[in-house]
Ligand binder design. Sequence first.
Ligand code: TYM
Length: 332
Amino acid sequence: MTNAIVMSGIRPTGFLHLGNYFGAVRNYVRMQDQFTCYFMVADLHSLTTHPDTKELKGHVARVLAENIACGLDPEKVALYCQSHVRETTELYLYLNMLAYTGELEKTTTFKDKVRLQPENINAGLLTYPVLQTADIILHRATLVPVGKDQEQHLEMARNFVKRFNHRYGEVFPEPQAFNFGEELVKVPSLDGSGKMSKSENQNATIYLSDEDDLIRKKLMKAKTDAGPTAPETPKPDYIENLFQLMRLVSAEDVVKKFDEDYDQCRIRYGDMKKQLGEDMVKFITPIREKAESIRTNPVYLKEVMEKGAEKARKSAEETMQIVREAMGLKYY
Ligand code: TYM
């Protein structure tokens, strides 16, 4: 166990998918034995795009259950809900005074959301990266396991930290996006356009809750072509995507065989997708079944949330004492 502190979060806006697993949760599980870890369900962030909270409770339960089913141990880490740690919103407010509207308006995720929901461009959407920074630095975390899509948010977090420290003194360390010495992961969607996502592109995304036949069906429909006509042809993106998925869930010799078949122009994509389907089913089935039994156990989930919030609040309170003092918000 080293002293480094780890923090990350997932929005409860739908079902978890392979992107969430390989971009984030897989690393959470690997990190839990080495570091002090805080992992949360970002329910406040979800309100920026999902103001209707009818399904929120169910989604929060699902994210918690799926995290645990993937191997996260609530005894080893703090697994909690963002809204249960009220210090988050206090720090968010302070950080808002250090964030400039110009830089927030330029954020890629903000611009995407403006395009997707022009009828609801709320201020929470604009200050989304500020809230995310508050989540992270509330525990003075330095390592943030996330997928590639979060890189810009982490860069902004470092800017806010630098600004805070410059103005009020060295309180926070600078956080970094983390993936065990490798590039951050982006799991692409199966139709070759964009990435796997909780709420968009559902037929081209594999969810941890998908039934066996649906997984097979989605993979059989993945985009391919007639195959290469000359040896050693570079793979088009959508074919590389399939190989990438195969590298994640299939045995090494299986990947090697299909790689060689591709290079020798004898690849049969139907066979490859069938094999990938079976390997994917083997990977997902145990997670789906375990998640289902946890998701439907409200007593256990309540216990997890309470314990997690208690651990997170302890660390948050310590940080906020230092923050209020550094900012001169203590008058007696
Ligand atoms: P969210 O809920 O969109 O995604 C959760 C995690 O999954 C990763 N991810 C992917 N990785 C690879 N390929 C994909 N196709 C893919 N799709 C999603 C994301 O990078 C993320 O790691 N803003 C965050 C939630 C958040 C947070 C935080 C993260 C709130 N506070 C503090 C870290 C620290 C988000 O929207 O994640």
